[in-house]
Design a protein around this ligand. Structure first.
Ligand code: ADP
Length: 466
């Protein structure tokens, strides 16, 4: 069980993060403790030096005020007072002859400062040195100073005690590194696990979705804003993919349904022509019907593909500067013959010289689809008005008619694919025009809305960025 857990964790980001966290934390701690150790050794040495200097100055002033015998007596008193093997006193004559010494057996053989006696080195006020003696693992800190007229006093303190104390401290630091490393690794592990948990939630959700649970979403509540954004974006992506999946399924159903009727019709006409003893003109009529039905089918399939591409955001765009009003005027001219047939008046309300950057082809399709519907769903002697209103960053294209209007029941569905209002069944159409308009408008980052009153008319407003 534990082995299995270790195998799973091996090579994970949490382990790598914890390891590097522990390494960096331990190295930083080691550096800080080393600096601390260095400071302590310097301070310890300074204290010893101060002790030596004070002792020397005290004895020097004493000798300045008293005679030689009193100095020796004072030294003896000092030795008795110190009661320690760690300090020694030696008094030399200027030629190096030892005039007085305390018991220095504990220090081993301490060399005399010959460089001072043979004149190679001249003591100014005092001289502090660290000397080592054979058979002694600890060095001695000594001070040399001229006392009286020419005598040289040497005082030495063994560094045994201070070094031992620093050694303990050093060992403590090194041993401390082990629990520190383990502690840092544990903290790093828990911190990285907590940070990565959000990513694991997303992975788990992705696994479940792959297994077919398309409704699975990640719980977005979390303290870290980056993880929250990841989860939200993941959920949004799945929503979008699910939406596309549903619309693709709907589209396949619709295609299957809407292809069946024209194909059945084509087959019926061909069968009847074959079974009956048809004349040449009947064959010609069948061929013409077949061509017409095929054209309708091709147009429908092309429209469906255009809608799908626009909805998926992969349609081609050719952005160019468009004279919007010119485009609308041309579309009106195109529909004028049909409108005239129904005695419908087409009026325009267009500002002058309005230029817009966009995809001309798609804008043409948007305008012609809306115009075609307005004429189609307006009875004889009606009015259709197309206006363009430029606002701050948007331009509104408004198509208004006083036709049959749209019922409250139909209104929420008119942009759905293949949806046709009840009252529109008598008119030609397959229910794809508005779906295409909506897909194109949204593809061009615009917006479309509609207001309509049955038997009074409809207003379609397309707002495009400009
Ligand atoms: P089609 O016109 O081929 O039926 P559309 O997608 O263009 O398909 O329109 C969908 C439905 O919206 C129509 O069947 C009709 O009921 C309604 N509609 C669209 N435009 C208008 C309009 N200007 N006036 C009234 N109804 C409309």
């Amino acid at each position: 069980m534990l082995f299995e857990m270790i195998r799973k964790l091996k090579g994970t980001l949490s382990i790598k993060l914890s390891f590097w966290y522990a390494v960096i934390f331990s190295l930083t701690s080691l550096l800080i403790l080393t600096i601390f150790y260095q400071r302590i050794s310097v301070i310890t040495m300074k204290n010893i030096d101060q002790e030596l200097t004070e002792e020397l100055e005290e004895l020097s002033s004493f000798y300045a005020e008293n005679d030689y015998d009193s100095l020796i007596q004072e030294l003896q008193t000092e030795i008795e007072f110190e009661k320690s093997d760690d300090i020694f006193f030696r008094l030399f004559a200027s030629d190096g002859k030892v005039l007085f010494t305390s018991n220095i057996q504990a220090f081993g053989k301490i060399e005399a400062p010959d460089d001072v006696f043979d004149g190679k080195y001249k003591i100014e006020r005092f001289e502090i040195r660290t000397i080592s003696t054979p058979n002694q693992s600890f060095p001695i800190r000594t001070i040399l100073g001229v006392v009286g007229t020419s005598e040289i006093l040497q005082i030495g303190i063994s560094l045994k005690e201070s070094r031992a104390y620093l050694q303990i401290f050093k060992r403590l630091i090194l041993w401390l590194m082990i629990p520190l490393f383990v502690l840092a690794a544990c903290i790093g592990f828990f911190m990285s696990r907590a940070a990565i948990r959000g990513v694991e939630d997303v992975t788990q959700a992705a696994i479940e979705i792959t297994e077919g649970k398309y409704d699975k979403r990640v719980e977005t509540k979390t303290k870290a804003s980056e993880i929250q954004r990841l989860k939200q974006t993941f959920n949004m992506m799945i929503d979008r993919l699910q939406g596309l999946l549903i619309s693709m399924r709907e589209m396949t159903d619709n295609i299957a349904h809407d292809l069946r009727s024209p194909l059945t019709r084509i087959r019926g006409i061909a069968e009847m022509t074959l079974l009956g003893k048809s004349s040449k003109s009947q064959y010609e009529k069948m061929a013409a019907n077949t061509i017409e039905e095929c054209d309708n089918l091709i147009a429908m399939i092309n429209t469906m593909l255009d809608i799908s591409e626009a909805e998926a955001g992969v349609a081609d765009v050719r952005v160019e500067e468009i004279d919007l009003c010119g485009l609308i005027v041309n579309a009106c001219e195109l529909f004028r013959p049909i409108a005239n047939e129904k005695q419908i008046r087409i009026n325009t309300n267009l500002p002058e010289g309005l230029k817009l950057n966009g995809d001309k082809n798609k804008l043409q399709r948007i305008v012609t689809n809306l115009l075609e519907n307005a004429i189609k769903y307006t009875p004889r002697d009606g009015d259709v008005v197309i206006s363009v209103v430029a606002r701050k960053n948007l331009v509104d294209i408004i198509v208004k008619d006083n036709g049959i209007g749209i019922s409250e029941n139909d209104l929420p569905h008119i942009f759905d694919r293949f949806y046709r209002g009840d009252k529109s069944r008598s008119q030609t159409g397959i229910g794809l025009g508005l779906s295409q308009v909506k897909a194109f408008v949204e593809f061009l980052k615009g917006n479309i809305c509609v207001t309509s009153t049955p038997n009074k008319g409809s207003i379609f407003t397309v707002s495009m960025p400009y």
